[in-house]
Write a protein that binds this ligand. Structure first.
Ligand SMILES: [Zn+2]
Length: 428
């Protein structure tokens, strides 16, 4: 299927000719009359998410590989990394192969399982990292996400171990004792609301330690969902040393702040804003945006965390933490980074496709749109503004903080190796 009249990274209108799942030619008039009409949409390399919770196996009431990847395709993604905190935990070759097979059978984008760092995410004993790396799933990203690998000796061993197969440890940086019972960002508002605070230092202390450990053993560290200005400073310092460290920020941490817990369009104490790490202050948001723009933070990752209604629509203290994000990510990034002049579309492509694919070691994804590259393509119309309607989501869950908000842009089409998964905004 060929595509006509698109603007690669926002440039001049061209056509894309596709043959055998690969881009054969890009240029004016190469597509022919029966091509899909891109109507001047921006063409980006298919988006790649390094941090998705697909919930299967174990919580199919929240999401499945099928619905989660439908949600991903609708958001313009052609590959996702499926986090390991499933039930059973993805801590053996058997479980990661099960998720990988579900991906091959049911998915609307590529699914790359993340392997747990420790057995059962319990932080006591290293999981079989080598067996997962050697399995059919060829795992390269390892994470206990949802929990922090807080034992420094285990973290050191994991960093050493993954070097053998060019893997990376993706750390959920949260010092557990500093965040026992924490409910929201520690600050003026948590004090006023009487909610146990989640101090920035709980994130920053682990990031500093892990940067030092990664440098000490000469390994690759990835920092999940950076949320504070102090974390940015530490990562900037670590990168200035030439250490092999990458970092991600979520769309919600680029847009939303902790005062929404006190006052919002959906009232006070609405658990839709409860997330791990918590929403922080306006100053943190400004620091995260600047860091994403200058490359201190390498990528945007969604931390798509679906939860069924009964786990979210309850009192604040009992509610589950997390937000869905795949179907709104590009719009939120446009709002926070493009509309503010901090990034152009080439910059967005780098941070949402090229670099996440490089960190995850996915050779068939995140390739610049040019002849010879796999035809993984997202078509995006940035000119429209629409109200977010969760009832239209492909995800099984609806826990979005953007309900009723007007956001820019719309994914028009997504192509996975030349095959459309979304056309005219709808699943194929
Ligand atoms: Zn996490």
């Amino acid at each position: 299927m060929n595509i006509r009249n698109v603007r690669v990274l926002g440039g001049e209108p061209v056509d894309i000719r596709i043959a055998g799942g690969v881009i054969a030619e890009i240029g004016p008039g190469v597509a022919g009359p029966d091509a899909v009409d891109g109507e001047g949409a921006i063409a980006l390399p298919g988006l790649v998410d390094l941090h998705t919770h697909l919930r299967e196996p174990g919580r199919e009431d929240a999401e499945t590989v099928q619905t989660g990847t439908q949600s991903a395709a609708r958001g313009g993604y052609t590959a996702v990394h499926a986090m390991a905190n499933t039930s059973p935990v993805a801590d053996t070759a058997g479980v990661v192969e099960q998720v990988w097979r579900l991906g091959r059978e049911f998915a609307h984008c590529d699914v790359h399982p993340v392997g747990a760092v420790t057995v059962g995410l319990e932080g006591k004993q290293l999981a079989e990292l080598g067996a997962m790396a050697d399995s059919a799933a060829r795992v390269r990203v390892f994470s206990d996400d949802g929990k922090c690998v807080d034992d420094a000796v285990l973290m050191r061993r994991a960093l050493e171990y993954v070097k053998a197969f060019d893997g990376v440890v993706a750390q959920h940086a949260q010092e557990p004792r500093l965040t026992a019972g924490a409910q929201m960002n520690e600050g003026v508002i948590s004090g006023r609301l009487g909610l146990t605070g989640w101090p920035a230092v709980a994130e920053e202390a682990i990031i500093a330690r892990d940067c030092l450990l990664a440098a000490h053993v000469g390994s690759r560290l990835h920092v999940c969902h950076v949320s504070t200005a102090g974390s940015v400073e530490i990562i900037r310092w670590a990168k200035s040393k030439g250490w092999n460290i990458t970092a991600e920020v979520t769309p919600h941490h680029l847009l939303l702040t902790d005062d929404l817990v006190e006052e919002s369009p959906v009232g006070a104490y609405n658990p839709i804003y409860k997330v791990n790490p918590p929403l922080r202050t306006r100053a943190d948001v400004e620091a995260l945006r600047a860091a994403l723009a200058d490359g201190t933070i390498d990528i945007v990752a969604t931390d798509h965390a679906p939860h069924p209604v009964e786990d979210k629509e309850t009192e604040w203290s009992a509610a589950a933490m997390g937000m869905v994000g795949l179907e709104t990510a590009l719009s939120v990034v446009q709002e926070a980074m493009v509309e503010t002049g901090l990034l152009d579309w080439a910059g967005v492509a780098q941070r949402m496709s090229v670099t996440p694919a490089r960190i995850g070691r996915l050779p068939g994804q995140g390739r610049p749109l040019e002849a010879g590259a796999p035809a993984n393509i997202t078509l995006y119309d940035p000119t429209v503004r629409t109200k977010v309607d969760p009832s239209a989501f492909a995800s099984k869950s609806r826990n979005t903080p953007y309900e009723g908000m007007t956001l820019p842009g719309r994914v028009v089409a997504t192509f996975l190796r030349g095959r459309p998964t979304v056309l005219e905004g709808k699943l194929v």
